[in-house]
Write a protein that binds this ligand. Structure first.
Ligand code: PLP
Length: 388
């Protein structure tokens, strides 16, 4: 294969493009994770990551992917046979449900069409009818990366509060953290699950749990077996600036730099940038005459747009053309959406011209792959961006 000149466009909805400044940090020599230099780094990132969750509570950082952080959330707070309320918003919600079942939890899995988020009214109804408080936890994926649908966590919190139900509230922010506004404390979330490779602009390898006082209390009596994922040991070591086992030192250098970059841009500006790029992308999709998978405009994801393939098939062949011709990776359809949709990631280290390049590759790919569409999507996005 000849050298593909120019930069690869990694436009899947995570892992995302890693900024040069972060890449340089990742390349630094690894240091003694029990020495004073590491201690300063650890204390800085353990505290510095809290504003991204909008929390004053502790955040633990595992050397893991997001899946590990999911497991940590469940095993620290629940006991075998506990009932968990979960929602079929898409592929990742389904995987989290499967994990809960494998761990021996009982799951009430509210079915869904993969085109809507969690309905706060359903949460309220489910909890209101649970008079005996059998449900121990309500688990929601904030941004369903397989569909491009964002559930309204603040409204779900209000729905829980209306019933006065004492269940824990766990939220997966794996593809929203650092890209979509999120308030762990204000929304009374007990465990927020995050990871490094999306809005935080790092490679995969760090998993996060932000932990409320109520979740910490639940951990004292929860009986699911846990060892590596136990919060207690993590928190005890973290207090002194250390970790119970070898941490992902170089990723923590990268995290420190990524947090500086997010702070420099300002979190509110980061969120506004993602909303703007989501809108520009949807204008392009509509101009092409194609269908956006998400059906509720209140739930459009600012970080990715899922496009339904005309004829409901052929998305993978189309994505291959884009990869071969333009050196750009688009997200595939996952689970029941395999080959039926493609996903445009517009999150992380990204700007107007990166978006226009991305949409340009998408539109040129349609022509080359023989996908029926109307021209002018890129132009519609350009007009929107230039007018803002
Ligand atoms: N949850 C969501 C919403 C995701 O998008 C992903 C991965 O993309 C996961 C969970 C699983 O995370 P990981 O692949 O890092 O284990």
């Amino acid at each position: 294969m000849s050298y593909p000149s120019g930069r690869h466009f990694l436009q899947i909805p995570g892992p995302t493009n890693v900024p040069e400044q972060v890449l340089r940090e990742l390349a630094k020599p690894t240091i003694d994770h029990r020495g004073p230099e590491f201690k300063a780094l650890a204390l800085e990132v353990l505290n510095g990551v809290k504003p991204v969750f909008k929390t004053k509570s502790p955040v633990v950082i595992f050397a893991s992917s997001g899946t590990g952080a999911w497991e940590a959330g469940l095993v620290n707070t629940l006991s075998p046979g506990d009932k968990v309320l979960m929602f079929e918003t898409g592929h990742f919600a389904t995987l989290w449900k499967n994990m809960a079942l494998r761990l021996g939890l009982e799951v009430d899995f509210v079915s869904g069409d993969w085109r809507h988020g969690v309905d706060p009214a359903v949460v309220e109804a489910k909890l209101a009818e649970d008079k005996g408080h059998k449900i121990k936890s309500v688990n929601v994926v904030h941004n369903e990366t397989s569909t491009g649908v964002t559930s309204r966590i603040g409204a779900i919190r209000k729905a829980i509060d209306k019933t006065g139900h004492p269940a824990l509230f766990m939220v997966d922010t794996i593809s929203s953290l650092g890209s979509i506004d999120y308030c762990h404390d204000e929304w009374g979330v007990d465990v927020t699950v995050g990871c490094s490779q999306k809005g935080l602009m790092l490679p995969p390898g760090l998993g996060f749990n932000a932990i409320s006082a109520k979740a910490l209390a639940a951990a004292k009596t929860a009986k699911l077996p846990r060892s590596y994922w136990g919060w207690e040991e993590q928190l005890a070591s973290n207090q002194g600036g250390f970790f119970p086992s070898s941490p992902a030192t170089n990723l923590l250098y990268g995290l420190r730099e990524a947090l500086h970059l997010l702070a420099e841009e300002g979190l509110d500006n980061v969120f506004a940038r993602h909303i703007r790029h989501g809108e520009a992308t949807r204008r392009a999709v509509r101009t092409w005459g194609l269908e956006i998978l998400c059906l509720n405009p209140e739930e459009y994801s600012p970080v990715l747009t899922t496009v339904v393939m005309p004829g409901d098939k052929g998305a993978d062949a189309y994505r291959n053309v884009v990869l071969e011709k333009f050196n750009m990776s688009l997200g595939s359809g996952l689970g029941i959406l395999k080959d039926r949709v493609f996903r445009i990631g517009h999150l992380g280290d990204f700007n107007d011209l990166s978006l226009i390049g991305t949409l340009g590759g998408v539109e040129m790919g349609f022509a080359l792959a023989g996908v029926s569409h109307k021209k002018g999507g890129v132009m519609a996005a350009m007009e929107y961006l230039a007018g803002q």
